[in-house]
Unconditional design. Structure first.
Length: 366
């Protein structure tokens, strides 16, 4: 059974108090606290299900219904894996619109953790003085944190950190390699109510592949996409669009998404793989996408932000990529489109590339 109370910044609130609209002044102190109160009312209500919104990284965001018991099972899996104990201090710095933020709250309830809400921002540790035992952060939050010596020190003192909502790129992983705390990249989705696999990215136990959590089994489809069996947290077997390889030890690696494959001249190019290779020579965000091409079928397009010089970049990219992966167009855009959870919005990026391709003067480098 799920517990009927939550500890927030050292103060315990019962389900009865939450539902009776007590402590309204406490929850009025910030928009995040107000959002937290709304979610807690939903969580402690008699309803057995809850509505969740997906991030919409490859299409329109959609709402799905999951059972609260599935969220409890997911929370227990995480608390058990990290050996979290009652009154451990947990940082909530992710939006409560999406599963990652909601699951931090559920873990606090199920594990008896002491939850500290901090308004989601690019610098979530700025001004904090609490020594946290557990935190979940997005890759961009971690990257920004490392740019500030004070925040970097605070980050190194969080005993266990999980990074999710997007891929941890190799440069960020390298920057975290020698940190003294335990840092993990997560793999999961809204349909599996948060992560179903973890990969340690620093220290002596750093791993190349993701390890599935207890009760999760995997296989590959005929198209080499990952199939997830996780009956405790998912209503049905999930056939994902994630192209993967499963290793003999049971760990796995994500190579990219099936729907992010570009077919150019009969050769298939994985957008994420190209992004990974060229990221070190690009300032700011980037996105690899495609536009229609009369001869090739699809032409590879690189979207970059104004910090970069397209001419210089084209020469750098040529050195790094084989011919079939090289962008036919490099377009400078104001910002790379992103979803609410910080992932590249692939649909919007493709639309932007197609708009740029039809403009006579499109700030491109052919």
């Amino acid at each position: 059974m799920k517990k009927n109370k939550i500890r927030i910044a050292g103060k315990v609130f019962s389900a009865e108090e939450i539902l009776a609209a007590q402590h309204v002044y406490f929850f009025a102190q910030s928009p995040l606290h107000q959002q937290l109160l709304l979610f807690l009312r939903e969580w402690f209500s008699p309803e057995k299900t809850i509505s969740l919104q997906t991030s919409g990284s490859t299409g329109s965001p959609k709402r799905i219904i999951v059972r609260k018991e599935q969220m409890v099972q997911s929370a227990r899996m995480t608390c058990d894996f990290f050996q979290l104990k009652e009154n451990d201090k947990a940082l909530l710095c992710l939006p409560l619109d999406y599963i990652a933020g909601k699951m931090m709250v559920v873990r606090a309830i199920c594990g008896g953790l002491d939850l500290y809400p901090v308004t989601p921002s690019g610098h979530p540790l700025a001004g904090t003085t609490t020594a946290f035992d557990f935190a979940a952060m997005a890759p961009l939050q971690v990257y920004n944190t490392l740019q500030s010596p004070e925040d970097k020190k605070r980050f190194s003192q969080i005993k266990r950190v999980i990074i999710g909502g997007g891929a941890v790129d190799p440069q960020l992983e390298e920057a975290l390699r020698d940190f003294p705390n335990d840092i993990y990249s997560t793999y999961g989705m809204t349909e599996t109510v948060s992560h179903i696999a973890l990969r340690k990215i620093n220290g002596a136990g750093a791993e190349k592949g993701y390890t599935p959590l207890r009760g999760v089994s995997l296989e590959l489809s005929d198209e080499q996409t990952l199939i997830i069996h996780a009956p405790h947290v998912a209503n049905e077997t999930l056939v994902t669009n994630d192209i993967a390889e499963i290793h003999t030890d049971g760990t796995f690696r994500i190579l990219g998404r099936k729907d992010n494959v570009i077919n150019t001249g009969g050769i298939k190019v994985q957008a994420e793989e190209v992004e990974r290779i060229i990221r070190p020579c690009i300032k700011g965000n980037l996105a690899i996408t495609a536009v229609p091409h009369p001869r090739l079928g699809e032409a590879v397009v690189l979207l970059i932000e104004p910090l970069n010089n397209p001419g210089i970049l084209k020469r750098e990219v040529k050195k790094l990529l084989p011919r079939h992966q090289q962008p036919l167009h490099i377009f400078v855009v104001e910002n790379i489109p992103q979803t609410g959870s910080g992932k590249t919005n692939r649909v919007a990026a493709k639309k932007l590339a197609m708009q740029k391709a039809t403009l006579p003067d499109s700030s491109s480098c052919h």
